[in-house]
Design a protein around this ligand. Structure first.
Ligand code: SDX
Length: 405
């Protein structure tokens, strides 16, 4: 019996060594129809990000990413009704969140880790959890998309020592996702203009090609493991301060500068000196830089403009404080980073200032990023399951030469 000739590797060892790039910088690691990002633009399924931020709602963008086309009005109505019907959490998840009250209050447990665990627990009770079929994947994607904001809302109530808002129905059915998220966290319905700012931030955060957390999810899906496990992996990756965690760290950095230099220092040399010291100590300044964008993150100016407009309303903003100072300080920091390092802000920098102006607690910034990016992750997980080849790159060995034991 002849053995089938071993398939020649697509890339020879020599070619592989020639294209090796640390952190896979510049390397194409797979194909996708979900999103394309270039220096010149960012498109979700062919729609450009400025067009979406201006003319779409987050629910429309979520439908686009999950289903692949712009929803008709009847499709959108059905999709939104399904999401509303899926917002409430199973008791086992709510009970877990409530059991973590002490750990959350002490800081031993952080919201991103609680969220990761909640998604895992959800997987234990989802009827489709072990199926990678397309229809099951879509059902699970919608359940995750609907329930993650509820997890964030309930978590915030527990941190605040308040009764859970919307335990039975997952908030207020008359509100869209962004407004309902704010309502579940605070107990008050946000003004339309503030809900729209959060809605646009969810559009901007929804999807971004093979970023670290999405690629993590694709690697897990690539072994034919399940969607909840792949999303839990994505949450673990997004938490890192070099990735999604940067939106929280960017705000903490601005608070540190304000504390060190004083409020009157905005625009003065004191901030320049603070930044120079950061450069001298090789400190990573959160909210700046990007692996792909070297001339600026298309999303950052969109969110900066929206957030600053809210902050300019002074104490009438949801944060209830003279928030404009954060944007003035942020603009000075941006200017120094550009002039001294030629490094642009990424979307996480304006996000920090904007969410702070909206009165959203800092530890919930990256969980809100999850509430949006779960749409991108699920679109990629379904795409990987639909046309899969296990993702298994090579490594460059730098260890000991072969030796006797
Ligand atoms: C997100 O990939 C995505 O698409 C991610 C994301 C998405 O939507 O999914 O866009 C979301 O994660 C945005 C990035 C958020 N992270 C941060 O803001 C953390 C700070 N940024 C840096 O850690 C860095 O810029 C990264 C992680 C974003 C990019 O890493 P790279 O590509 O390895 O960095 P680089 O090659 O552009 O930097 C070269 C040098 C650095 O050398 P190293 O210290 O890394 O060896 O430029 C300097 C630094 O010397 N530099 C910085 C800096 N970013 C780069 N110096 C100070 N502060 C920074 N922020």
């Amino acid at each position: 019996m002849t053995t089938a000739a071993a398939k020649a590797p697509a890339v020879t060892k020599e070619q592989a060594e020639a294209i090796y790039s640390k952190g896979l910088e510049g390397i194409i690691a797979g194909e996708t129809a979900v999103c394309s990002i270039e220096q010149g633009g960012l498109w979700y399924r062919g729609y450009e990000i400025h067009d979406l931020a201006q003319n779409a709602t987050f629910e429309e963008v979520a439908f686009l990413l999950l289903e692949g086309h712009k929803p008709s009005s009847s499709e959108l109505a059905r999709f939104k009704a399904e999401l509303v019907s899926e917002r409430a959490l199973p008791g086992v998840v709510t009970n877990f969140i409530e059991s973590m009250g002490g750990n959350l209050a002490s800081g031993r447990a952080v919201p991103m880790d609680i969220l990761r665990s909640c998604v895992s627990i959800l997987g234990h009770v989802d009827p489709d959890s072990q199926s990678n079929e397309a229809a099951a994947g879509l059902r699970k994607s919608k359940r995750l998309l609907a329930k993650i904001p509820t997890m964030i809302g309930h978590m915030q109530n527990v941190i605040d020592g308040k009764a859970i808002i919307g335990r039975e129905r997952g908030g207020d059915e008359s509100l869209d996702m962004a407004a309902n998220l704010l309502y579940m966290m605070t107990g008050s319905k946000p003004a339309k203009e503030y809900a729209r700012v959060v809605d646009v931030s969810l559009i901007l955060y929804a999807e971004h090609d093979f970023n670290a957390s999405t690629f993590t999810s694709r690697c897990i899906a690539g072994t034919l493991s399940d969607m909840h496990g792949a999303v839990a992996g994505g949450i673990a990756a997004l938490k890192g301060p070099l990735h999604g965690g940067a939106n929280e760290m960017a705000m903490e950095m601005l608070k540190e500068i304000m504390k060190d230099c004083g409020e009157g220092a905005i625009g003065t040399k004191a901030v320049d000196d603070w930044m120079q010291k950061a450069f001298d100590t090789k400190r990573k300044l959160m909210g700046f830089g990007h692996r792909v964008y070297k001339n600026g993150d298309h999303r950052a100016p969109i969110l900066h403009k929206l957030g600053k407009a809210v902050a300019e309303k002074d104490t009438k903003n949801p944060g209830g404080h003279a928030a404009i100072k954060w944007f003035l300080l942020g603009e000075q920091v941006q200017k120094i980073m550009l002039e001294k390092k030629n490094i642009h802000p990424n979307v996480d920098f304006p996000c920090g200032m904007t969410y702070f102006t909206m009165g959203i607690p800092v530890p919930q910034y990256t969980p809100i990023f999850v509430a949006s990016r779960v749409t991108g992750w699920c679109a990629h997980i379904m795409e990987q399951h639909a046309n899969n080849r296990i993702i298994r790159p090579l490594s460059k060995y730098t260890g000991e030469a072969p030796r006797k034991w």
